[in-house]
Design a binder for this molecule. Structure first.
Ligand code: ADP
Ligand code: ADP
Length: 223
């Protein structure tokens, strides 16, 4: 069966962190549009150059560019059973197009996990976020420390602080989220797909909430 789970929430809520847990537990690929853009920026591709002009200011990359990239990603064989979508969709247009795209594969969005946290928490988390260069694994200098400072526990690559996690860019990203992405809360509520997760608890406690929601959702879909 095809399963598509969307992680929705403001920057710093914990979408990436929980997506990595889901990826392992559900054996579905974690697709982060932010990670794919960063990979393109690192490799100096034309897409990376274009996307960087938006990302560096904390603005959204235009929908048509993001959608074209996602369509290509879905064609890779690891998506045969579905995916965990992190940071996509981010606008109602992206959500509409996602519906059409998944329909063409015979799938649909099955569940939207909406992770919430207050603005002070988001700022604190983004200010201390360290990201792995190779695969985007996520750490925090206080809340999720790597065993060895500056080194990814999982693949040994170097950890870095994202340029767009600087304080001034973060405030713009939160505002953009409120204006352009938050309408998706109602969008998915109306479709009966949205479940709210309290993101203020520890990483482990948030994962426990996520797993119990999945458990409930899968038992209700089986009868
Ligand atoms: P998002 O993908 O929503 O932007 P991340 O998963 O990258 O958020 O998390 C942002 C930062 O906060 C990271 O440094 C991560 O280690 C940390 N973090 C994530 N979830 C929690 C949590 N529940 N408690 C404390 N810190 C967290
Ligand atoms: P975070 O984990 O903090 O929410 P992401 O890694 O998801 O951040 O995204 C980083 C940046 O990449 C965004 O601020 C935006 O510029 C761009 N981006 C990521 N996903 C999308 C998307 N679906 N649509 C448009 N821009 C996107």
């Amino acid at each position: 069966m095809l399963t598509y789970i969307v992680l929705l929430g403001p920057p710093g809520a914990g979408k990436g962190t929980q997506s990595k847990v889901l990826e392992t537990k559900l054996e579905l690929p974690h697709i982060s549009t932010g990670d794919i853009f960063r990979e393109n920026i690192k490799n100096g591709t034309p897409l990376g150059t274009l996307a960087n002009a938006y990302i560096s200011k904390g603005n959204l990359v235009p929908d048509d560019v993001t959608l074209a990239m996602l369509r290509e990603r879905f064609l890779l064989p690891d998506c045969k059973n579905g995916a965990v979508l992190d940071g996509f969709p981010r606008t109602p247009t992206q959500a509409d197009e996602l519906e059409v795209l998944l329909h063409s594969f015979g799938g649909q969005v099955n569940l939207v996990l909406f992770i919430t946290a207050p603005v002070e928490t988001l700022i604190e988390r983004l200010a201390g976020r360290w990201t792995c260069k190779a695969q985007g694994h996520i750490f925090h200098e206080d809340f999720n420390q790597p065993r060895l400072k500056g080194v990814c526990d999982i693949d040994g690559s170097e950890l870095y602080q994202r340029d767009d996690d600087k304080a001034e860019t973060v405030l713009n990203r939160i505002e953009i989220y409120q204006n352009q992405t938050a309408p998706l809360i109602q969008y998915y509520q109306e479709r009966g797909l949205l479940i709210e997760i309290n993101g203020i608890a520890s990483i482990e406690d948030v994962s426990t909430q996520v797993m119990s929601v999945l458990h409930m959702a899968s038992s209700s879909s089986h009868g």
